[in-house]
Design a protein around this ligand. Structure first.
Ligand code: HAM
Length: 537
């Protein structure tokens, strides 16, 4: 299986490590205007600084210079890859870079008045990440990544744009109707990924036997779903995924749940705030096998059952009848789905079946890991994706105010649906939106002020070069420095130092400079001293 032909890259664990500092290039594509009926939107063809709403608005409103760097530690920011189409239509004769692909689809819409004021909001359901939001996002992602490393997982990434076929399953999943899909200029059907699991499966098949099992990979990537917007549900979100390929036992699921619990504990969430509902699709399979329900109806029945609580029960029953379930089978199934105790389930299905024995094993392992208080059996959890085959789980907020925080399970037969050889697999997806809502609810959001240790300023315009040399000498020693780039009064410099939470102010004045010295002021105490520039640490 090949990824779509374009300049997109799949970053394997090795590449990820070596390309840590690389800025991921955005797909160079303009959507076909007739196909995209939702908005006149386009994938950003380049990270255009002057297209960023901040430069139009905030920069003109602020008195402080604003320095943005898409990779810098302190001032990083991000804009939505999907932006309104107009934002890329300018008066310049040069077309956006996308036009160079030699593609055949029609050019972007010509707006009657190219100079009309653009909409400075990102498309509905998408987000910009100005610096303070970006600091929060980085904090969250660093926690995702550090926990994954603690558990010995390697980082991977895949293109945001994939072939549409990767997401077309026949079970009637919601995710299919929510797909951002279109035809590219080479007439290929493509989609913005709504989840990461199919890309993972594609890469595992592509790598074949070259990767030793078990594979333990994690990724943090943006996903797109044209979803009805509710609290914590957006049209784009980032997902942290951890997946284990090649382990058939529930030890895989136990390890995955442990990693999520570790993450929660790190960020201050306890078992009083959050729990995991756990069940197995094998429960349903065993019930349905009692009524000779065809295998082909299984995934469809799971998708219908996942809608319980979201649509009226009468509709659920009707839909189940449509996938060949008898009234008797439906009643029995619904009775089993209401079970909240493993003992009750065992009484119904017996202790020998895989469903009960795997669930028992998982709960025993949870005791050994020490996270029993976080988990509970709940037969109603089936999950809304067709490919799950065994244990399924969902993280939920115990106050019941928010939607699922995370979810995952076993999907042992996904690879063969893409033409590969099946391998046992399990994993989870954890979104960035609901957890932030939960942290807000519990007042656990971290304070993440901007912190740049040093501010360097020349006291004379002629010494701007000297100040730059001092700043650079410090940077070479690993110190973060904000260099004042214009001739500003000291009052302004102190104000800026306070805003960036600088620890030291380093003043480059002519009398000191002539002696090879600079003046250092410790801002918390007011202490001042002169220091030789070579000795500045
Ligand atoms: P999912 O349940 O569809 O599973 O999504 C996983 C998580 O992503 C959700 O629990 C939620 O935190 C977040 N999420 C999903 N949709 C949205 C949205 N529209 N807005 C905000 N957050 C959202 C999967 O995607 C599976 N591929 C997970 C998986 C990985 N299973 C095995 N490996």
């Amino acid at each position: 299986m090949k990824q779509i032909r374009s300049s997109q890259r799949v970053l394997s664990p090795l590449c990820c490590r070596s390309a840590m500092a690389a800025v991921a290039t955005s797909p160079l594509l303009i959507l076909h205007p007739r196909r995209l009926t939702l908005f006149a939107t386009t994938l950003r063809p380049f990270s255009a600084f002057h297209h960023h709403p901040f430069t139009f608005h905030t920069l003109t409103q602020t008195r402080l210079p604003v320095i943005f760097a898409s990779t810098s530690k302190h001032h990083s920011f991000s804009t939505s890859p999907l932006t309104t189409h107009q934002n890329y239509i300018s008066n310049a004769t040069e077309p956006p870079h996308a036009g160079r692909s030699g593609s055949v689809s029609s050019p972007p819409v010509d707006y009657a008045e190219p100079q009309q004021k653009i909409d400075v909001n990102p498309p509905k359901g998408t987000r910009d990440f100005p610096p303070e939001e970006m600091r929060l996002r980085n904090w969250l992602f660093n926690n995702f990544k550090e926990v994954s490393h603690l558990f010995g997982f390697e980082e991977v990434d895949y293109p945001v744009l994939e072939t549409e076929a990767l997401y077309i399953r026949k079970a009637g999943e919601e995710i299919r109707d929510q797909l951002y899909c279109f035809e590219d200029r080479g007439n290929r059907r493509v989609a913005l990924r709504p989840e990461l699991t199919p890309s993972l499966a594609r890469l595992v098949i592509q790598k074949g036997k070259s990767v030793p099992l078990p594979i333990k990979w994690f990724a943090v990537g943006q996903c797109w779903r044209y979803e009805r917007m509710t609290r914590g549900r957006r049209r784009e979100h980032y997902q942290w995924n951890m997946d284990i390929i090649g382990v058939p036992d529930v030890s895989g699921e136990a390890e995955l749940i442990s990693s999520i619990v570790t993450f929660f504990k790190r960020i201050g969430i306890t078992a009083k705030d959050v729990g995991f509902k756990i069940s197995s699709r094998k429960v349903l399979q065993e019930v349905l096998s009692l009524y000779s329900v065809p295998e082909t109806s299984f995934a469809k029945a799971c998708i219908i059952i996942d809608k319980m609580g979201k649509i009226p029960m009468e509709e659920i029953k009707k839909d189940l009848e449509l996938v060949d379930l008898s009234t008797e089978a439906i009643e029995d199934l619904l009775q089993v789905l209401s079970m909240k105790s493993l003992t009750e389930l065992e009484e119904k299905l017996g202790g020998e079946g895989e469903a009960v024995s795997e669930l028992r094993q998982l709960f025993t392992l949870a005791e050994k890991y020490g996270y029993s208080e976080w988990i509970q059996f709940d037969a109603s959890v089936v999950r809304g994706l067709a490919y799950y085959t065994g244990i399924v789980f969902e993280g939920f907020d115990r106050e019941g105010k928010l939607r699922a925080i995370c979810g995952g399970g076993r999907y042992d037969r996904l690879l063969s649906t893409f033409g590969g050889d099946d391998l046992p697999a399990c994993g989870f997806g954890f979104g960035d939106a609901v957890i932030i809502e939960l942290l807000k609810e519990r007042q656990l959001l971290p304070e993440l002020p901007l912190e740049i240790e040093n501010i360097v300023c020349s006291l004379d315009p002629d010494l701007q070069g000297a100040a730059a040399a001092v700043a650079n000498a410090l940077r070479e020693k690993g110190q973060c420095v904000d260099l004042v780039l214009e001739n500003k009064p000291l009052k302004w410099v102190f104000k800026r130092a306070a805003r960036i939470n600088a620890r030291r102010l380093i003043l480059v004045g002519s009398s000191e400079w002539q002696r090879g010295m600079v003046r250092v002021k410790i801002l918390s105490t007011g202490e001042q001293y002169e220091v030789n520039i070579d000795e500045l640490e």
